[in-house]
Design a protein around this ligand. Structure first.
Ligand code: SF4
Length: 315
């Protein structure tokens, strides 16, 4: 079966003007998402998840370049011109990115904006699209959604705006949804509802989902497979239940412990950057040995389960 989304040997780099050096921010990332499948990209901020997602959407900031192969079905995305890519976005590929405030026009009502893509791309009437939007928002826990759609973005809370953007993306019924931290502005009750709506959309439409998140629990609840990223590399991947419950990489194990602690008291997972030669996690790892001054590659340790760690077998 051909994967819906296939990313092969993705490198993302930026030119640093102050010392004229090109810095690799994402390094040799490979992953797939099938139709109807939810795949998580898990890791702390600064690990390369968002850049990977922006590379798929071809929305990298100025001066940042992606190289490698990204295909959606049979379409290779990186060589597409801007017009072809714009036509594909919002039809086959929908995106929800962080900062919902920046994505909404303050001069238009939320209802106008949430329904716009569905009217344009699916040919729905405004009334039909608005009714669907109210239903979806209600399922996500927005009280009085029908009336609230007539309000402007500044009259909605941050959490409501995040759900509005997710609704706009889902109304298009895309083949693939890229969702970057879609639940970060929500309380625990709303997170559960949003994840249920995402799962329902997948079951109904066979939508593929790439869930980019630092939230171990959200990925565990939603995804069938997961790729854990650290310092721009995938360090562990495989079935979500296997990887998240019985992690082999020390970084994945740390994410699990921090997620469990968070349920009792908040613990911040800070951005961790590559500072030493060899394994990028070496400076943070209690298992590090002399051998870790070399770069570990992903090795298979179980069915579909891969780990980039010299001591992953012994965790
Ligand atoms: S390779 Fe070494 S430093 Fe890297 S995660 Fe494994 S044990 Fe730790």
């Amino acid at each position: 079966m051909t994967a819906l989304l296939k990313v092969q040997h993705l490198y993302v780099s930026a030119h640093r003007a102050r010392d004229a050096v090109t810095v690799d921010l994402v390094k040799d990332v490979n992953f797939t998402v099938d139709s109807g499948e939810a795949v998580g990209l898990l890791g702390a901020s600064g690990g390369g998840k968002t850049l990977t997602c922006l590379s798929v959407a071809r929305l990298l900031p100025f001066g940042v370049q992606a190289q490698g192969e990204i295909s959606l079905g049979s379409t290779s995305l990186l060589p597409l011109n801007d017009t072809a890519m714009a036509q594909l976005r919002g039809v086959e590929l929908s995106m929800v990115f962080q900062e919902p405030s920046a994505a909404l026009n303050p001069l238009l009502t939320v209802g106008e904006q949430v329904t716009d893509a569905a009217c344009a791309r699916r040919g729905l009437s405004y009334d039909d699209a608005r009714a669907l939007a109210a239903e979806t928002l209600g399922a996500m826990g927005v009280v009085g959604a029908q009336k609230a759609l007539s309000a402007f973005p500044h009259q909605w809370s941050q959490g409501m705006r995040a759900r509005a953007l997710l609704t706009a993306a889902l109304l298009v019924r895309p083949l693939l949804l890229l969702a970057d931290e879609p639940t970060s502005a929500l309380d625990a009750a709303a997170v559960g509802r949003v994840l249920e709506v995402l799962k329902k959309a997948q079951a109904q439409d066979g939508m593929g989902l790439l869930l980019v998140s630092h939230d171990w629990l959200a990925v565990r609840q939603t995804c069938q497979r997961v790729y854990v990223m650290f310092a721009g590399r995938i360090v562990e991947s495989g079935p979500a239940a296997q990887v998240l419950e019985k992690p082999r990489h020390p970084y994945t194990a740390r994410l699990k412990v921090e997620a469990q602690r968070r349920w009792q008291s908040p613990v911040k997972t800070g951005a961790l950057s590559e500072t030493l030669a060899g394994c990028p996690y070496r400076g943070h790892c209690s298992k590090a040995s002399e051998r870790c001054s070399e770069m570990p590659t992903l090795e298979t340790v179980g069915p579909g389960h891969q780990v980039a760690c010299f001591h992953g077998e012994t965790l």
